[in-house]
Design a protein. Structure first.
Length: 379
């Protein structure tokens, strides 16, 4: 009886140990997302950049020779990788110059796609309707064509890192599922409608020099956080028109130029801009009805006509309230018109030029200080 009991206990213990070993082992094809730390996955702002040297180019893809020591990638071939890493050359050593139109359209059974050090063109619709959850563009000078990743509705993370990238029209149109978009140390252009109608939760741009074209992020209505840091950014007309779900916009240490209507009708709760300059075009934040507070602290500030007109919940505005005397501030006509909850406006010292009817339609008891003096006295 004792021998039977000892044998039974021994077998149970062996089974438990085997189960623990299996649980602790990481499969060779673990998706890229599973290798991230808990803290990184929980907070997009602390997500660690992918280390390019850790990535191995995928094998088994289908190439066609261009006859000049270059090649075109035409399809998935026999590749079975869950994390697809596009190589820079074919198995025959020919340099990749093009990923063909529709080459990976409707791609299935792939968790992530990484364009690594790509100096090639991704042609129109190359990955359209793909079912991957992540897209990463790392290094190189890739040209990503029109609708290249459009309607990839399962995407949760889209990153651009250490590259000079050209995103074509509709490149990521209608993409995402509460996705985060991150640009880090990039230069280049985000073309018209590139992310229009996408389901994005956050946008982060850090250490970049980017030109964001007309309507690039229009109607991304789920955005709750928009963060620009240490960057030079130019955004065209309607670039962020109608975005947000009471989003917080934070631009730290930036040179920011926003064209007319850039954020018009966006659902924003707060706006902060610091850095070298803030040039905001006509109605740049017009009719942002959820916006409650605006803080701008740059040595050069230009606000176009109707820049913050019709922001129904706006209560406070602070512009260059920094103690400096060398600010250059230009505020055009009607800049704060029809803000019927506005209670205080503070504009700092320096060269200050103001247009007409800045506060028409605002409360009668509005407190306005410009260069330390009451605005009504100055008027």
């Amino acid at each position: 009886m004792k021998k039977t009991l000892i044998l039974t206990l021994t077998l149970c213990l062996a089974g438990i140990l085997a189960a623990c070993e299996t649980a602790s082992a990481q499969p060779a094809n673990t998706p890229l997302t599973d290798t991230l730390s808990e803290s990184a996955t929980g907070n997009p702002q602390t997500e660690q950049p992918i280390v390019a040297s850790d990535l191995k180019p995928s094998e088994g893809l289908e190439f066609e020779s261009n006859g000049d020591d270059t090649c075109t990638l035409v399809g998935i071939g026999i590749c079975k990788d869950a994390d697809l890493v596009i190589p820079t050359e074919s198995p025959d050593g020919e340099t990749l110059t093009v990923i063909e139109e529709d080459a990976f359209m409707g791609l299935e059974d792939v968790s992530s796609v990484t364009l690594l050090n790509g100096n090639y063109e991704v042609e129109d619709r190359a990955f359209q309707y793909g079912e991957m959850t992540e897209v990463h563009v790392i290094g190189g000078t890739p040209i990503i064509g029109d609708s290249a990743f459009s309607t990839c509705e399962d995407l949760t993370r889209i990153t651009f890192q250490d590259c000079n990238v050209q995103l074509g029209e509709y490149a990521f149109l209608g993409c995402g599922k509460d996705a985060e978009v991150v640009f880090t140390n990039c230069t280049g252009t985000v073309d018209k409608y590139a992310f229009q109608y996408s389901d994005l939760a956050s946008l982060s741009i850090d250490q970049c020099d980017l030109n964001i074209a007309k309507s690039a992020f229009t109607s991304c209505e789920a955005l709750t956080a928009i963060t620009f840091q240490n960057s030079t950014l130019t955004a065209g007309e309607y670039a962020f028109f109608g975005v947000g779900d009471k989003a917080v916009v934070q631009a730290d240490n930036c040179a920011l130029t926003l064209d007319n209507w850039a954020f018009q009708y966006a659902s924003l709760s707060a706006l902060t801009i610091t850095g070298d300059k803030a040039e905001l075009g006509d109605a740049a934040f017009g009719s942002c009805e959820d916006l409650t507070a605006v803080t701008i602290d740059c040595p050069t500030v230009t606000l176009g006509e109707y820049a913050f007109s019709g922001c129904d919940d706006l209560t406070s505005i602070s512009i260059c309230d920094n103690g400096r005397k060398d600010n250059t501030i230009t505020i055009d006509n009607y800049a704060f018109q029809y803000n019927n909850k506005l209670t205080s406006v503070t504009v700092g010292n320096g060269t200050v030029e103001t247009g007409e009817y800045l506060f028409s339609g605002c409360p009668d008891d509005l407190s306005v200080s410009i260069a330390g003096k009451d605005y009504m006295t100055l008027a």
